[in-house]
Design a binder for this molecule. Sequence first.
Ligand SMILES: C=CC1=C(C)c2cc3[nH]c(cc4nc(cc5[nH]c(cc1n2)c(C)c5CCC(=O)O)C(CCC(=O)O)=C4C)c(C)c3C=C
Ligand code: FE2
Ligand code: FE2
Length: 341
Amino acid sequence: MTDHALLLVNLGSPASTSVPDVRRYLNQFLMDPYVVDLPWPARRLLVSLILAKRPAESAHAYASIWWEEGSPLIVLSRRLQEAMRPYWSHGPVELAMRYGEPSIESVLLRLADQGVKRVTFAPLYPQFADSTVTTAVELARKVIRERSLPLKMDVLAPFYNQPEYLQALVESAKPYLDKPFDHLLMSFHGLPERHLHKSDPTGTHCLKGADCCQKATGTVLDHCYRAQCIKTAEGFAHTAGLRPDQWSVSFQSRLGRAKWIEPYTEARLDELAAQGVKRLLVMCPAFVADCIETLEEIGMRGQEQFLAAGGQELILVPCLNEHPVWVKALTMLCERVPQSA
Ligand SMILES: C=CC1=C(C)c2cc3[nH]c(cc4nc(cc5[nH]c(cc1n2)c(C)c5CCC(=O)O)C(CCC(=O)O)=C4C)c(C)c3C=C
Ligand SMILES: [Fe+2]
Ligand SMILES: [Fe+2]
């Protein structure tokens, strides 16, 4: 059978580092109601305010990490796509981005045109969030429905607790863990606290008490991004054989004035330096491919902050990218996705 495609989906990047391209990208991204979850008039107003200054700042940050071939996120996702082709025997392996190009719509139209009948849709996010997973899945379903595409679609669920994923993370981090270090910080992308309350199916669990995420199970855990990040970190530490005092978790990439989930990475970098940590490893397990959030926010600004606070070295552990163990792990996870009738 060669009519069953695998579609890898990531977030997307601006088309270039020019301010107009970055503004276009940020506008598409932030006007997504799953990302800035306000009613349209308030969202439009807030995003317009953000767009007054942010595109120039972000364009500068993108320029500092951009590669000759383009955005690291896109280039690395393409390399993953290429590496997976020999392993996926059921049909084409394609790549789409939720924002920017190649769009989910253009890729689904092309696949249907090629005679593909079934798509395994793989959002490249280990942990669930409405602002990443739901928005991509809903958009794909809308395209299939509105364009009447004869495609069956099955979705890869968040894989934060899958042994293959955790093992791949450990394998890829091994060269860094094998050298002496004082502490490992697992810095995940943050989320506004409001998003966590909204996705809590009980309406009463999330952010009630300091250890709510440690206690999350069942449908609460299935929907709680913060709890899934903590499970990822615990699973990683367990698989790597780390002691509890060797690692901690934080959340980065805060935007705007609302309260985001804590502890904040910025605060942890100062605390760790003050505690005498000199050689700090930072890994970012919410991202499977290196991007502006890892390379610039942690690798450049985070490093500068940690050194200014008295640390000696911040070593950024690369994301899974196209690591061969990850390529095989992701193939296995995608092979296991149940097929709808
Ligand atoms: C309200 C704003 C944002 C939410 C919510 C959010 C959630 C979220 N994002 C990722 C993964 C990525 N985000 C990336 C960049 C990025 N994120 C935001 C804002 C929110 N993200 C902005 C404005 C940007 C653009 C860069 C900037 O101006 O700072 C990226 C990298 C893209 C790239 O081109 O490299 C990724 C990946 C997750 C996993 C997540 C929720 C859990
Ligand atoms: Fe983001
Ligand atoms: Fe929670």
